[in-house]
Design a protein around this ligand. Structure first.
Ligand code: ZN
Length: 682
């Protein structure tokens, strides 16, 4: 299951500050530089951690240990994303730091850019588009560069010569036909064999599905998350799991994570939080997914701690079958003031569930424990670094969500950094139809964007239920897109409800239109800036957004609800009737929830393939052309702050100091040096 929202493009393109910015944040922005650097299709930003200084020493110490535990997992993700990734990263880092030749040489510059992209993607495939990077330097250049650095700095396999190493690695870097996609979602292909991710080795999709189907017992009301923490391999003809745990796969990195977690355990804020950390350690030591569920239940019930964290094998976007989880970590503390907003939403969760346009048999009779808060991120790590989600809703296991609830968070300081960095970047001027929409978005865009994220996370994903006996994985490769559509639609439908004004979440009955316009413009047009010419849409959040926008566009045609208008040769989205858009969101929500609740794979396939995947090549070319002129990056990510523990003569921590001046390459090289305990081949 997929539970996170990745920032939509338009959110980062809103035009200015709004009333919802508190004075504190405004003051920050005046002397804080949010941008770090720009290369390829990426922009690296920096975020602040407001409020850290006000935490007490024990809380700072806890955050410090948890951030260390977070950073120690970085290599795991590189290896999960592809089995050559660590070797290629280490090779390039050796060249980058030791190259004796001219560093202004074009090919060297291209190698540098390639390495920066590999760092950003945690591997050689695009973090979002999934396609393998095409190097701008030649094999000859790389060969020469390799010859110029110390042999003992090269990540050679045991007994391997440099020539043998090159023969093994070069096709992976240079041959477009080798491992072309990290996650392949193309209908009809063997998704396991054609995906370059490292969750399966030597098994076919049919073998993987059969392996896990055989484990599942439909009568089990509390099933473990099968396959979540392992690589599935075929050895001597037998399909078997290599489990990620202490003493198993990735042991040397997991041991480091556990080392820091044990320190964190000793300074936990309270017993509940201590129990969470202890159980996580036990799970890392055993690899037992039952213990993982126990941990998730403890975690979801720890609501009083100021500090919170995610650390582990969590989201399964990187597995074409949606079972195996990539490693990630987020350490955070609650933003007390902003959390009042999300508490209002979660306090009314039952009202929203009861009044949704969904058929009553698919609704939850009783919405349990939707806890929602706005958090301040202290560190992003693993699959949340450098590109990150802006909202998270966990745990993912359906039965835990149903019986114990879920925690939903919006990452306030990250959203804020996006908004600040994109202020006045020209995007809105280029793509928004008229001054009417521009004003609307200028005035309400940031606020409605945040609110949609909150609704998506703390109501959308938590809403609805599966009918008894429906396999949670029934929608297979379409499951993620349907789940995201469900969450987005639930939020969109309610954005236009007068209830939100009544609750004080929106200032008036027009504000929601900013989000409707942004969403439709993004889904119909502007998100295409992230797609290479000739490609279709693969990523599930993007598929979801196009699905919703195209469906509403098409169904509204008879009444001209939404139009695509040409003005001076440029295409614009025009919304003629916002109230009808809302009704259409409601209709689609009802159908998507039905598909989810009944596990209707055919209907899921049909609607996703019809609306979510194909790209209009003419419109695509136009959008790319217009975007190119703005000189913006379609993808953004972050460098982390640096935390330094100040100790006394006995080694006790007396303070933790946070600084914000580390550069991108500098941070990546430091992480590769200080938090890199895995061998190159795992
Ligand atoms: Zn989501």
């Amino acid at each position: 299951m997929k539970k996170k929202l990745i920032l939509s493009l338009i959110t980062s393109a809103t035009l200015g500050f709004t009333a919802c910015d508190d004075a504190n944040r405004k003051a920050d922005s005046e002397n804080f530089n949010y941008t770090v650097e720009q290369f390829a299709d990426l922009q690296v930003l920096r975020y602040k951690v407001p409020g850290f200084e006000e935490l007490n020493l024990k809380q700072k110490e806890l955050i410090y240990y948890l951030t260390q535990a977070g950073l120690e997992g970085r290599d795991i993700l590189f290896d999960q994303n592809g089995k050559y990734n660590l070797r290629i990263r280490r090779l390039l880092e050796a060249i980058y730091t030791q190259y004796p030749g001219d560093k202004n040489n074009t090919e060297y510059k291209e190698l540098e850019t390639y390495l920066k992209r590999v760092w950003f993607a945690n591997g050689i495939h695009h973090h979002y588009g999934m396609d393998k990077f095409v190097p701008g330097f030649s094999a000859e250049f790389l060969k020469g560069a390799i010859a110029s650095v110390d042999v003992d700095q090269l990540p050679l396999a045991e007994g391997q010569s440099v020539d043998e190493f090159c023969a093994e690695i070069f096709p992976v870097i240079f041959d477009r036909n080798v491992m072309p996609k990290r996650v392949n979602q193309a209908n009809g292909e063997d998704l396991v064999l054609t995906s370059a991710c490292n969750y399966y080795d030597g098994v076919t999709q049919a073998e993987a599905e059969a392996f896990y189907d055989a484990m599942k017992n439909p009568a089990d009301a509390t099933p473990i998350s099968f396959g979540l923490n392992s690589r599935l391999v075929k050895k001597n003809g037998v399909v078997t799991e290599e489990v990620y745990k202490v003493g198993g796969l990735y042991s040397s990195a997991i041991e480091r994570v556990v080392y820091w977690l044990k320190k964190a355990e000793a300074v936990a804020e309270n017993d509940k939080q201590k129990a969470v950390i202890s159980k996580l350690i036990a799970y890392y030591e055993s690899g037992d997914l039952k213990q993982f569920d126990e941990y998730a239940i403890l975690w979801v019930n720890d609501l009083d701690s100021r500090i919170d964290f995610v650390n582990g094998f969590t989201e399964s976007y990187g597995d074409p079958l949606g079972m195996k989880a990539s490693w990630e970590s987020l350490v955070n503390f609650k933003d007390m003031e902003a959390t009042k907003r999300t508490e209002t939403i979660s306090d009314n969760a039952q009202w929203f569930e009861t009044n949704s346009p969904v058929d009553s048999q698919f609704k939850k009779e009783e919405v349990k424990g939707v806890s929602a808060k706005v958090i301040t991120a202290a560190i992003l790590a693993g699959d949340l670094y450098p590109a990150t989600a802006i909202g998270i809703n966990l745990p993912n296991a359906n039965w835990i969500r149903a019986n114990h609830g879920s925690k939903s968070v919006t990452i306030g300081n990250i959203t804020d950094a996006y908004n600040k960095a994109s202020h006045g970047n020209g995007f809105g001027d280029e793509f928004i139809y008229s001054d009417v929409e521009k004003q609307l978005i200028d005035q309400y865009g940031d606020q409605t964007g945040d609110l949609h994220t909150d609704l998506h996370e703390c109501l959308g994903h938590g809403s609805g239920k599966l009918l008894p006996g429906v396999d949670p994985d029934a929608l297979k490769a379409y499951g993620s897109t349907i789940e995201e559509a469900r969450a987005d639609l639930f939020g969109l439908y309610y954005m236009g409800d007068p209830k939100l004004v009544e609750l004080g979440l929106l200032p008036n009955n027009d504000a929601y239109k900013a989000e409707y316009y942004n969403f439709l413009m993004n889904g119909l047009m502007t998100q295409l800036v992230r797609i290479e010419p000739g490609n279709n849409i693969e990523e599930s959040h993007m598929r979801n957004r196009q699905l919703i926008a195209r469906w509403v566009f098409e169904k509204g045609q008879p009444n001209n609800v939404v139009e695509m208008v040409k003005k001076d040769g440029k295409t614009y989205v025009v919304v003629n009737d916002y109230e009808q858009v809302r009704q259409l969101f409601g209709e689609l929500l009802a159908d998507i929830q039905r598909i989810k609740s009944t596990g209707d794979l055919n209907a899921a396939r049909e609607i996703v393939e019809a609306y979510a995947v194909q790209v209009d090549p003419e419109l695509h070319a136009e959008v790319l052309e217009r975007y190119k002129k703005l000189n913006l990056s379609p993808y953004k990510g972050f460098v982390n702050p640096v935390y330094e523990a100040v100790t006394d003569d006995n080694g006790n921590i007396t303070d933790v100091v946070v600084t914000y001046d580390e550069g991108y390459a500098e941070q990546m090289l430091r992480y590769s040096r200080d938090y890199s305990s895995l061998p190159s081949i795992n």
